[in-house]
Ligand binder design. Structure first.
Ligand SMILES: Cc1cc2nc3c(=O)[nH]c(=O)nc-3n(C[C@H](O)[C@H](O)[C@H](O)COP(=O)(O)O)c2cc1C
Length: 337
Protein backbone atom coordinates (compact mmCIF):
# COMPACT_ATOMS: atom_id res chain seq x y z
CA UNK A 1 0.00 0.00 0.00
CA UNK A 2 2.76 2.43 1.05
CA UNK A 3 4.84 1.62 -2.01
CA UNK A 4 1.89 2.06 -4.37
CA UNK A 5 1.22 5.49 -2.79
CA UNK A 6 4.87 6.42 -3.47
CA UNK A 7 4.55 5.27 -7.08
CA UNK A 8 1.25 7.12 -7.60
CA UNK A 9 2.80 10.32 -6.19
CA UNK A 10 5.80 9.92 -8.50
CA UNK A 11 3.57 9.27 -11.53
CA UNK A 12 1.39 12.33 -10.77
CA UNK A 13 4.49 14.49 -10.29
CA UNK A 14 5.86 13.57 -13.74
CA UNK A 15 2.43 14.03 -15.34
CA UNK A 16 2.30 17.48 -13.76
CA UNK A 17 5.75 18.35 -15.13
CA UNK A 18 4.59 17.59 -18.66
CA UNK A 19 1.30 19.33 -18.05
CA UNK A 20 1.45 21.53 -21.14
CA UNK A 21 0.39 18.47 -23.12
CA UNK A 22 -2.73 18.22 -20.94
CA UNK A 23 -5.76 20.49 -20.58
CA UNK A 24 -5.09 22.99 -17.73
CA UNK A 25 -8.12 21.76 -15.75
CA UNK A 26 -6.49 18.30 -15.56
CA UNK A 27 -3.24 19.91 -14.33
CA UNK A 28 -5.20 21.65 -11.58
CA UNK A 29 -7.13 18.51 -10.54
CA UNK A 30 -3.95 16.40 -10.51
CA UNK A 31 -2.18 19.14 -8.51
CA UNK A 32 -4.88 19.05 -5.81
CA UNK A 33 -4.74 15.20 -5.89
CA UNK A 34 -0.96 15.36 -5.43
CA UNK A 35 -1.35 17.67 -2.44
CA UNK A 36 -3.86 15.35 -0.71
CA UNK A 37 -1.76 12.22 -1.38
CA UNK A 38 1.42 14.02 -0.21
CA UNK A 39 -0.35 14.87 3.07
CA UNK A 40 -1.43 11.19 3.48
CA UNK A 41 2.14 10.12 2.64
CA UNK A 42 3.44 12.48 5.33
CA UNK A 43 0.98 11.14 7.95
CA UNK A 44 2.22 7.62 7.24
CA UNK A 45 5.87 8.74 7.47
CA UNK A 46 5.88 11.50 10.09
CA UNK A 47 9.64 11.23 10.78
CA UNK A 48 10.89 13.71 8.20
CA UNK A 49 14.59 14.35 7.63
CA UNK A 50 16.17 17.43 6.05
CA UNK A 51 15.36 16.45 2.42
CA UNK A 52 11.75 15.58 3.29
CA UNK A 53 11.31 18.87 5.18
CA UNK A 54 12.57 20.79 2.12
CA UNK A 55 10.28 18.68 -0.08
CA UNK A 56 7.38 19.62 2.20
CA UNK A 57 8.26 23.33 1.86
CA UNK A 58 8.41 22.95 -1.96
CA UNK A 59 5.01 21.22 -1.97
CA UNK A 60 3.49 24.04 0.11
CA UNK A 61 5.10 26.63 -2.19
CA UNK A 62 3.73 24.72 -5.24
CA UNK A 63 0.26 24.69 -3.65
CA UNK A 64 0.23 28.41 -2.75
CA UNK A 65 1.61 29.55 -6.12
CA UNK A 66 -0.74 27.08 -7.90
CA UNK A 67 -3.79 28.44 -6.08
CA UNK A 68 -2.68 32.01 -6.85
CA UNK A 69 -2.28 31.10 -10.55
CA UNK A 70 -5.73 29.47 -10.52
CA UNK A 71 -7.07 32.74 -8.97
CA UNK A 72 -8.45 30.72 -6.04
CA UNK A 73 -6.64 33.02 -3.62
CA UNK A 74 -5.72 36.65 -4.22
CA UNK A 75 -2.17 37.23 -3.02
CA UNK A 76 -1.43 40.23 -5.19
CA UNK A 77 0.40 40.81 -8.44
CA UNK A 78 3.45 38.64 -7.80
CA UNK A 79 5.45 36.46 -10.20
CA UNK A 80 3.68 33.25 -9.10
CA UNK A 81 4.54 31.53 -12.37
CA UNK A 82 8.29 31.73 -11.64
CA UNK A 83 7.74 30.60 -8.03
CA UNK A 84 5.66 27.64 -9.28
CA UNK A 85 8.29 26.73 -11.88
CA UNK A 86 11.22 27.18 -9.44
CA UNK A 87 9.47 25.10 -6.76
CA UNK A 88 8.76 22.28 -9.21
CA UNK A 89 12.42 22.17 -10.29
CA UNK A 90 13.58 22.17 -6.65
CA UNK A 91 10.99 19.44 -5.85
CA UNK A 92 12.25 17.35 -8.77
CA UNK A 93 15.84 17.46 -7.44
CA UNK A 94 14.67 16.65 -3.90
CA UNK A 95 12.45 13.79 -5.10
CA UNK A 96 15.48 12.37 -6.93
CA UNK A 97 17.55 12.48 -3.67
CA UNK A 98 14.61 11.09 -1.65
CA UNK A 99 14.08 8.19 -4.09
CA UNK A 100 17.81 7.39 -4.21
CA UNK A 101 17.97 7.24 -0.40
CA UNK A 102 15.01 4.83 -0.36
CA UNK A 103 16.38 2.81 -3.31
CA UNK A 104 19.53 2.08 -1.27
CA UNK A 105 17.40 -0.30 0.86
CA UNK A 106 16.30 -2.41 -2.10
CA UNK A 107 19.06 -2.14 -4.70
CA UNK A 108 22.77 -2.70 -4.26
CA UNK A 109 25.92 -2.43 -6.35
CA UNK A 110 25.54 -1.93 -10.09
CA UNK A 111 21.72 -1.94 -10.01
CA UNK A 112 21.72 0.92 -7.49
CA UNK A 113 24.10 2.98 -9.63
CA UNK A 114 22.16 2.18 -12.82
CA UNK A 115 18.95 3.32 -11.08
CA UNK A 116 20.82 6.47 -9.99
CA UNK A 117 21.94 7.28 -13.54
CA UNK A 118 18.43 6.58 -14.89
CA UNK A 119 16.85 8.80 -12.21
CA UNK A 120 19.40 11.54 -12.87
CA UNK A 121 18.70 11.48 -16.64
CA UNK A 122 14.97 11.60 -15.90
CA UNK A 123 15.42 14.56 -13.51
CA UNK A 124 17.75 16.45 -15.89
CA UNK A 125 15.33 15.74 -18.77
CA UNK A 126 12.51 17.12 -16.64
CA UNK A 127 14.43 20.30 -15.80
CA UNK A 128 15.92 21.12 -19.20
CA UNK A 129 13.95 19.05 -21.72
CA UNK A 130 10.37 19.82 -20.80
CA UNK A 131 10.56 23.64 -21.14
CA UNK A 132 12.29 23.03 -24.50
CA UNK A 133 9.53 20.68 -25.66
CA UNK A 134 6.98 23.19 -24.43
CA UNK A 135 8.55 25.94 -26.52
CA UNK A 136 8.91 23.94 -29.70
CA UNK A 137 6.07 21.47 -29.87
CA UNK A 138 3.22 23.01 -27.99
CA UNK A 139 1.22 24.43 -30.85
CA UNK A 140 -1.51 26.77 -29.73
CA UNK A 141 -4.59 27.03 -31.90
CA UNK A 142 -6.90 29.88 -31.04
CA UNK A 143 -10.05 31.53 -32.26
CA UNK A 144 -9.47 35.30 -32.03
CA UNK A 145 -13.18 36.12 -32.14
CA UNK A 146 -13.74 34.00 -29.00
CA UNK A 147 -10.77 34.94 -26.82
CA UNK A 148 -10.23 38.65 -27.50
CA UNK A 149 -13.62 40.13 -26.60
CA UNK A 150 -14.47 40.84 -22.95
CA UNK A 151 -15.48 43.53 -20.48
CA UNK A 152 -14.68 47.17 -21.33
CA UNK A 153 -12.82 49.52 -18.99
CA UNK A 154 -13.16 53.27 -19.51
CA UNK A 155 -10.09 55.22 -18.39
CA UNK A 156 -11.58 58.60 -19.36
CA UNK A 157 -8.29 59.45 -21.10
CA UNK A 158 -6.74 59.29 -24.56
CA UNK A 159 -5.31 55.79 -24.57
CA UNK A 160 -3.03 53.96 -26.99
CA UNK A 161 -1.88 50.34 -27.07
CA UNK A 162 1.53 49.77 -28.60
CA UNK A 163 3.00 46.32 -29.09
CA UNK A 164 6.05 44.55 -30.41
CA UNK A 165 5.91 40.87 -31.34
CA UNK A 166 8.24 38.43 -33.07
CA UNK A 167 5.44 37.64 -35.54
CA UNK A 168 5.11 40.80 -37.66
CA UNK A 169 8.86 41.39 -37.39
CA UNK A 170 9.96 38.10 -38.88
CA UNK A 171 10.50 36.86 -42.42
CA UNK A 172 8.35 33.74 -42.19
CA UNK A 173 8.18 31.46 -45.24
CA UNK A 174 4.91 31.63 -47.24
CA UNK A 175 4.10 28.08 -46.07
CA UNK A 176 2.87 28.97 -42.59
CA UNK A 177 2.39 25.30 -41.65
CA UNK A 178 6.15 24.80 -41.86
CA UNK A 179 6.74 27.38 -39.14
CA UNK A 180 7.52 26.13 -35.66
CA UNK A 181 9.08 27.54 -32.55
CA UNK A 182 8.12 29.44 -29.45
CA UNK A 183 5.73 32.34 -29.26
CA UNK A 184 3.49 31.40 -32.14
CA UNK A 185 -0.26 31.02 -32.06
CA UNK A 186 -2.42 30.12 -35.01
CA UNK A 187 -5.89 31.26 -35.86
CA UNK A 188 -6.78 29.27 -38.95
CA UNK A 189 -3.87 29.97 -41.23
CA UNK A 190 -2.85 33.25 -39.54
CA UNK A 191 0.13 33.46 -37.22
CA UNK A 192 -0.41 35.67 -34.18
CA UNK A 193 2.33 36.78 -31.79
CA UNK A 194 1.81 36.51 -28.05
CA UNK A 195 2.26 40.24 -27.43
CA UNK A 196 0.02 40.90 -30.43
CA UNK A 197 -2.74 38.77 -28.90
CA UNK A 198 -2.40 40.51 -25.52
CA UNK A 199 -2.44 43.89 -27.28
CA UNK A 200 -5.66 42.94 -29.09
CA UNK A 201 -7.25 42.00 -25.74
CA UNK A 202 -6.15 45.28 -24.12
CA UNK A 203 -7.30 47.32 -27.09
CA UNK A 204 -10.68 45.56 -26.93
CA UNK A 205 -10.94 46.47 -23.24
CA UNK A 206 -9.69 50.09 -23.29
CA UNK A 207 -10.44 51.28 -26.86
CA UNK A 208 -8.31 54.10 -28.31
CA UNK A 209 -5.59 53.55 -30.89
CA UNK A 210 -3.42 50.50 -31.47
CA UNK A 211 0.06 50.56 -33.03
CA UNK A 212 2.61 47.90 -33.87
CA UNK A 213 6.36 48.51 -33.56
CA UNK A 214 7.82 47.17 -36.81
CA UNK A 215 11.52 46.95 -37.61
CA UNK A 216 12.72 47.77 -41.13
CA UNK A 217 15.03 44.76 -41.09
CA UNK A 218 13.13 41.58 -40.23
CA UNK A 219 14.33 38.78 -37.91
CA UNK A 220 14.90 35.31 -39.40
CA UNK A 221 12.18 32.63 -39.20
CA UNK A 222 14.51 30.35 -37.25
CA UNK A 223 13.86 30.82 -33.52
CA UNK A 224 17.41 30.21 -32.26
CA UNK A 225 18.85 32.50 -34.97
CA UNK A 226 16.50 35.23 -33.71
CA UNK A 227 17.66 34.74 -30.12
CA UNK A 228 21.29 35.06 -31.27
CA UNK A 229 20.61 38.24 -33.28
CA UNK A 230 18.74 39.73 -30.32
CA UNK A 231 21.65 38.87 -28.03
CA UNK A 232 24.05 40.57 -30.44
CA UNK A 233 21.78 43.65 -30.48
CA UNK A 234 22.03 43.86 -26.70
CA UNK A 235 25.79 43.29 -26.71
CA UNK A 236 26.50 45.96 -29.34
CA UNK A 237 23.64 48.27 -28.20
CA UNK A 238 22.40 48.28 -31.80
CA UNK A 239 19.28 50.42 -32.16
CA UNK A 240 17.09 48.84 -34.90
CA UNK A 241 15.52 51.16 -37.49
CA UNK A 242 11.72 51.24 -37.32
CA UNK A 243 8.75 52.01 -39.53
CA UNK A 244 7.45 55.44 -38.42
CA UNK A 245 4.56 55.64 -35.92
CA UNK A 246 2.43 58.81 -35.50
CA UNK A 247 1.43 58.45 -31.87
CA UNK A 248 -0.84 61.51 -31.75
CA UNK A 249 -2.26 62.91 -28.54
CA UNK A 250 -2.45 60.23 -25.82
CA UNK A 251 -2.00 60.38 -22.04
CA UNK A 252 -1.96 56.70 -21.23
CA UNK A 253 0.04 54.09 -23.15
CA UNK A 254 -0.20 50.32 -22.74
CA UNK A 255 3.03 48.93 -24.02
CA UNK A 256 3.07 45.20 -24.71
CA UNK A 257 6.30 43.34 -25.43
CA UNK A 258 8.00 39.93 -25.03
CA UNK A 259 10.82 39.51 -22.54
CA UNK A 260 14.02 39.13 -24.56
CA UNK A 261 17.13 37.97 -22.77
CA UNK A 262 15.58 39.08 -19.50
CA UNK A 263 15.29 42.62 -20.91
CA UNK A 264 13.27 45.00 -23.05
CA UNK A 265 13.66 44.08 -26.78
CA UNK A 266 15.88 46.60 -28.57
CA UNK A 267 13.13 47.56 -31.09
CA UNK A 268 10.96 48.68 -28.12
CA UNK A 269 13.90 50.61 -26.69
CA UNK A 270 14.42 52.13 -30.14
CA UNK A 271 10.76 53.25 -30.31
CA UNK A 272 10.68 54.73 -26.81
CA UNK A 273 13.96 56.58 -27.15
CA UNK A 274 12.60 58.35 -30.27
CA UNK A 275 9.46 59.61 -28.50
CA UNK A 276 9.10 62.46 -26.05
CA UNK A 277 6.72 60.87 -23.54
CA UNK A 278 7.29 63.27 -20.65
CA UNK A 279 4.10 63.70 -18.59
CA UNK A 280 2.50 60.55 -20.03
CA UNK A 281 1.84 57.25 -18.24
CA UNK A 282 3.08 53.88 -19.46
CA UNK A 283 1.56 50.58 -18.31
CA UNK A 284 3.96 47.72 -19.20
CA UNK A 285 2.50 44.32 -20.15
CA UNK A 286 5.14 41.65 -20.57
CA UNK A 287 4.85 38.17 -22.04
CA UNK A 288 7.59 35.65 -21.33
CA UNK A 289 8.67 32.00 -21.29
CA UNK A 290 9.15 31.81 -17.52
CA UNK A 291 11.30 34.87 -16.74
CA UNK A 292 8.45 37.20 -15.70
CA UNK A 293 9.19 40.90 -16.17
CA UNK A 294 12.96 40.28 -15.86
CA UNK A 295 14.90 43.56 -15.85
CA UNK A 296 12.61 45.18 -18.41
CA UNK A 297 11.04 47.72 -16.03
CA UNK A 298 14.50 49.10 -15.15
CA UNK A 299 15.18 49.26 -18.91
CA UNK A 300 11.94 51.20 -19.46
CA UNK A 301 12.82 53.68 -16.73
CA UNK A 302 16.20 54.20 -18.37
CA UNK A 303 14.85 54.94 -21.87
CA UNK A 304 11.71 56.99 -21.26
CA UNK A 305 10.68 60.03 -19.25
CA UNK A 306 7.11 58.73 -18.95
CA UNK A 307 5.74 57.66 -15.57
CA UNK A 308 5.93 53.86 -15.36
CA UNK A 309 2.84 52.37 -13.72
CA UNK A 310 2.40 48.87 -12.24
CA UNK A 311 3.01 46.07 -14.71
CA UNK A 312 1.45 42.76 -15.65
CA UNK A 313 3.37 39.73 -16.88
CA UNK A 314 1.69 36.82 -18.66
CA UNK A 315 3.33 33.45 -19.28
CA UNK A 316 3.22 32.63 -23.01
CA UNK A 317 1.05 29.49 -22.68
CA UNK A 318 -1.50 31.34 -20.52
CA UNK A 319 -2.28 34.00 -23.13
CA UNK A 320 -5.32 32.39 -24.78
CA UNK A 321 -7.08 32.25 -21.39
CA UNK A 322 -5.87 35.59 -20.02
CA UNK A 323 -8.69 37.98 -21.04
CA UNK A 324 -10.21 37.99 -17.54
CA UNK A 325 -6.80 38.43 -15.87
CA UNK A 326 -6.30 41.46 -18.12
CA UNK A 327 -9.70 42.94 -17.20
CA UNK A 328 -8.92 42.53 -13.47
CA UNK A 329 -5.49 44.10 -13.93
CA UNK A 330 -6.89 47.05 -15.91
CA UNK A 331 -9.56 47.63 -13.26
CA UNK A 332 -6.81 47.77 -10.59
CA UNK A 333 -4.71 50.15 -12.70
CA UNK A 334 -7.69 52.45 -13.28
CA UNK A 335 -8.14 52.80 -9.51
CA UNK A 336 -4.45 53.79 -9.20
CA UNK A 337 -4.61 56.56 -11.79
C1 LIG B 1 15.08 36.67 -28.79
C2 LIG B 1 14.25 36.04 -27.71
C3 LIG B 1 14.70 36.08 -26.40
C4 LIG B 1 13.90 35.57 -25.37
N1 LIG B 1 14.34 35.66 -24.09
C5 LIG B 1 13.54 35.23 -23.08
C6 LIG B 1 13.96 35.39 -21.72
O1 LIG B 1 15.04 35.90 -21.41
N2 LIG B 1 13.12 34.95 -20.75
C7 LIG B 1 11.90 34.40 -21.04
O2 LIG B 1 11.18 34.04 -20.13
N3 LIG B 1 11.48 34.25 -22.34
C8 LIG B 1 12.26 34.65 -23.33
N4 LIG B 1 11.85 34.53 -24.64
C9 LIG B 1 10.50 33.97 -24.90
C10 LIG B 1 9.48 35.08 -25.19
O3 LIG B 1 9.54 36.12 -24.23
C11 LIG B 1 8.08 34.51 -25.16
O4 LIG B 1 8.00 33.39 -26.01
C12 LIG B 1 7.04 35.56 -25.56
O5 LIG B 1 5.76 35.12 -25.19
C13 LIG B 1 7.09 35.85 -27.06
O6 LIG B 1 6.16 36.86 -27.40
P1 LIG B 1 5.90 37.31 -28.93
O7 LIG B 1 5.15 36.19 -29.60
O8 LIG B 1 5.04 38.51 -28.83
O9 LIG B 1 7.20 37.58 -29.57
C14 LIG B 1 12.64 34.99 -25.67
C15 LIG B 1 12.22 34.93 -27.00
C16 LIG B 1 13.00 35.44 -28.02
C17 LIG B 1 12.53 35.37 -29.45
Amino acid sequence: MKKSLDLILLAIFFLELGSFFLPSILHEILGVGFLILAAIHHRKNPRARFVEILLGICTISLAISGFALMNLIDLGNFNWRSIHLGSSIAALILIFIHCMTKARRYFHGKIFYAAGVFGFILAAGGIFGLPYLDRWFHEVRVDRSEIVAGSKIDFGKNVATIYFSRVGNTDFPPDVDAVSGASIMRDGNDLIGNSEMLAMMIHDAVGGEIFEIRTLEKYPADYSATTQIAQEEFRTKKIPQLEPIELGNCDLIFIVYPLWWNSLPMPVESFLSQQNLEGKMIVPIVTHGGGGIGNSIEDLKRVTQAKIMNSLDVYSSDIPSSREVISDFLTRIRSEI
